[in-house]
Design a protein around this ligand. Structure first.
Ligand code: F3S
Length: 284
């Protein structure tokens, strides 16, 4: 049997960096309590493992304000400017694992809004990354996710508009929404801040899934990017399996196949991917 593992399977650069930061801190700073502001990734196994090493998750600014001491790690999604202020005021040390691509958006938003521009974020308002980006705007900010949002968007004609995007937003949809806003003839600057990691992962998964007899997608059930990956693979290969760990894989289903493809969501650790890959190889 031939096993084809996607090169883009698993952690992207920003997530890898954030996860490594947590483990590094847990090892180096045994003298203090370590917290992550929000779960570092959407993967129960990893969060559980981090907890066993003394790393706790805090979820809200209120919780943050109650901390007396400790190290707080900011995850790759980034946070609003005021969270840094709270950390400083509380005298907590901060280790910033915000992905540099997200950090770049924070800087753009801060600068452009200081110049008086109205910031438009193309993205999902409920996503923590967008919440963080919003929190760097000095003035008015609008989040646009749908065609209706774009059609409804209105500011005074003498206001300049600056458009950025959530890093994981779909490029074609971004282009389409920008087109709608551009037609309103505002003085508008558009910065495409979509990160290519998600797109590359999806394209590679699709290409592999089209050529194999069975496809395995590994990732947490709650991970939205893994769900999306599964949908893409399932469309291209009707023998696609969504598993969280090796335990979910029924080897009997792969008995009669000659080629198997493997990909994984952005929150799937390397060891889980390797375990699946090795077992599929050994068993056939
Ligand atoms: Fe960063 Fe792109 Fe990953 S923005 S966190 S490298 S998806």
């Amino acid at each position: 049997m031939e096993v084809r593992l996607a090169k883009t399977a698993g952690f992207c650069f920003g997530v890898k960096r954030a996860v490594e930061t947590v483990y590094e801190q847990a090892q180096k700073r045994s003298d203090v309590k370590i917290y992550t502001y929000g779960p570092i990734i959407h993967n129960e196994e990893v969060v559980k493992d981090m907890r066993s090493k003394g790393v706790e998750v805090i979820y809200t600014q209120e919780e943050l304000m109650q901390l007396q001491s400790g190290v707080v790690i900011i995850r790759s999604h980034g946070v609003a400017k005021e969270i840094y202020k709270t950390l400083e005021e509380r005298g907590l040390s901060c280790v910033d694992a915000t992905c540099p691509f997200v950090k770049k958006i924070h800087r753009i938003v801060e600068k452009e809004s200081m110049e008086g521009k109205h910031i438009v974020i193309i993205g999902d308002e409920s996503h923590p990354e967008v919440q963080g980006i919003k929190g760097w705007a000095e003035n008015d900010v609008t989040v646009i996710k749908t065609v209706e949002d774009a059609q409804k968007f209105h500011v005074s004609s003498d206001v300049k508009v600056c458009v950025v995007s959530q890093t994981t937003f779909n490029y074609n949809k971004f282009k389409y929404l920008v087109e709608i806003i551009s037609k309103k003839s505002y003085d508008i600057s558009v910065l495409n801040t979509i990160c290519s990691a998600t797109k590359e992962r999806q394209e590679e998964a699709d290409q592999i899934a089209r050529k194999v007899d069975a496809m395995i997608v590994i990732g947490d059930k709650h991970s939205s990017n893994t769900q999306k990956l599964f949908e893409i693979c399932d469309k291209a290969c009707n023998n696609t399996y969504y598993i969280q760990t090796l335990d979910d894989l029924n080897m009997n289903q792969l008995k009669s196949v000659k080629t198997v493809g493997i990909t994984a969501g952005a929150s799937t650790p390397k060891n889980i991917i390797e375990e699946v890959q090795n077992n599929v190889r050994i068993n056939f």
